[in-house]
Design a protein around this ligand. Structure first.
Ligand SMILES: Cc1cc2nc3c(=O)[nH]c(=O)nc-3n(C[C@H](O)[C@H](O)[C@H](O)COP(=O)(O)O)c2cc1C
Length: 378
């Protein structure tokens, strides 16, 4: 299974194609649009999000609402086509520090920013959310669920004591910031409000949890099929994400080995563990515990406190331009990260259990699970 996207930030459409998606899966456009809306309406974003609707059209790969195995083509219309009345964005020939502008212009031979900024913009994450939403709907058939939640914004940390998945999901769904700790979320909202007033921006941390996994997804045998590497690479590919933690390694790297690993016990013939420092991945494979990963995002580059830069045409010093900008995208990142993790997990599932049709996948999965049960797992 593979995917490809096209589309610019202020162009007509975003286009996404998925090839190799298993046949026979009922697709709910409403569910995909619900995820797109969670991304778009999340707290801290710019006025652009009030312009967009993010309704989707699926123009191929379906027959009577089910996937056929043929490429699926998805369209998301851009309604925001201009910035300050200018089509294609309001940027000129001054590259913005923290963005792809300078390196992109040098690499592709431009002296104006829009040909680069239009594609490097995070508008494209709408399509990644759409892909991820489709992936989530397949994973749900195998009782796998994924949830992202904000754990830190602008230095305000949430209390992240482990709680059951269902409880976490309930708390996150009630929060405008998609943060399970209400007290911390209130402080974060105030921090965002102050940053907005100052014309500034904020970074932070998001945790993603995937539950319901069987052991053995991914593999230790070759580097390009390692699940941890694929997940971390996919997450770092999201704009502004600069670090990913798997399990508790930011704590455990200071401890001794004995305190850092998750001992196994046999409990009435079933294998169990009391801790999950590994974050559900050992030797680049799922180990049956929840996957827990944390993403660290830098503060967004655009702010009213304009950094110094230079004009590529005039070869003169200039201030970096300020254009309409989000203040904080951590809540949106929770939805994008869910989608990205779902996509990578579905890839691993399709590779392992065969992907021509959902029925085939279910049959192969079922026989693997029966084998696991005989060995005291699940
Ligand atoms: C959902 C989302 C929205 C973003 N919106 C903005 C924005 O409005 N202004 C901005 O300067 N950066 C924004 N960014 C971050 C930039 O896209 C990103 O920093 C830039 O493309 C450079 O890529 P890098 O940070 O991965 O190096 C956003 C990121 C995400 C994930």
């Amino acid at each position: 299974m593979r995917s490809l996207t096209a589309g610019d930030s202020h162009g007509e459409l975003l286009v996404g194609i998925i090839e190799g998606f298993p046949a026979g899966h009922r697709v709910s456009v409403r569910d995909i649009e619900r995820d797109l809306s969670r991304r778009r309406k999340s707290y801290g974003r710019s006025a652009r999000q009030n312009i967009e609707r993010d309704s989707i059209k699926i123009v191929s790969g379906l027959w009577k609402g089910r996937t056929t195995g043929a490429p699926i083509a998805i369209l998301v219309q851009n309604l925001g086509r201009t910035v300050s009345g200018k089509p294609g964005g309001a940027l000129g020939s001054v590259p913005r520090p923290g963005h792809a502008d300078l390196a992109g212009c040098l690499k592709y031979g431009f002296d104006e920013v829009p040909p680069i900024s239009e594609r490097s913009s995070a508008r494209g994450t709408a399509m990644r959310v759409a892909f991820g939403s489709l992936a989530k709907s397949v994973l749900k058939l195998f009782a796998i669920e994924i949830l992202g939640h904000v754990t830190s914004i602008g230095g305000v940390d949430a209390d992240v004591a482990p709680v059951p998945f269902a409880k976490l999901k309930r708390s996150v769904s009630r929060s405008p910031l998609y943060c399970a700790d209400k007290q911390a979320a209130d402080k974060m909202i105030e921090t965002i409000r102050v940053a907005k007033k100052e014309g500034n921006s904020l970074g932070g941390r998001v945790e993603v949890v995937a539950t319901g996994l069987i052991p053995g997804l991914g593999t230790h045998v070759e580097s390009d099929r390692k699940l941890d590497a694929r997940l971390a690479g996919a997450l770092v590919s999201i704009q502004s994400v600069k670090a990913v933690e798997i399990g508790d390694v930011l704590k455990t790297h200071r401890l001794k080995g004995f305190e850092s690993h998750d001992a196994m016990y046999l409990d009435r013939g079933r294998v169990s563990r009391k801790t999950n420092h590994a974050g559900g991945i050992e030797g680049s494979m799922t180990n049956g515990e929840d996957i827990i990963m944390r993403l660290y995002a830098k503060p967004l580059p655009t702010s009213l406190k304009r950094l110094s830069s230079y004009d590529m045409k005039m070869m003169k010093s200039a201030k970096s331009p300020f254009v309409r900008s989000d203040v904080c995208v951590l809540p949106a990142l929770t939805v994008i990260a869910e989608g990205v993790v779902a996509w990578e997990l579905l890839l691993a599932m399709v590779e392992q259990f065969g992907g021509d049709s959902i029925d085939q996948m279910k049959a192969n999965y079922g026989s693997y699970v029966t084998g696991l049960a005989k060995r005291g797992i699940l």
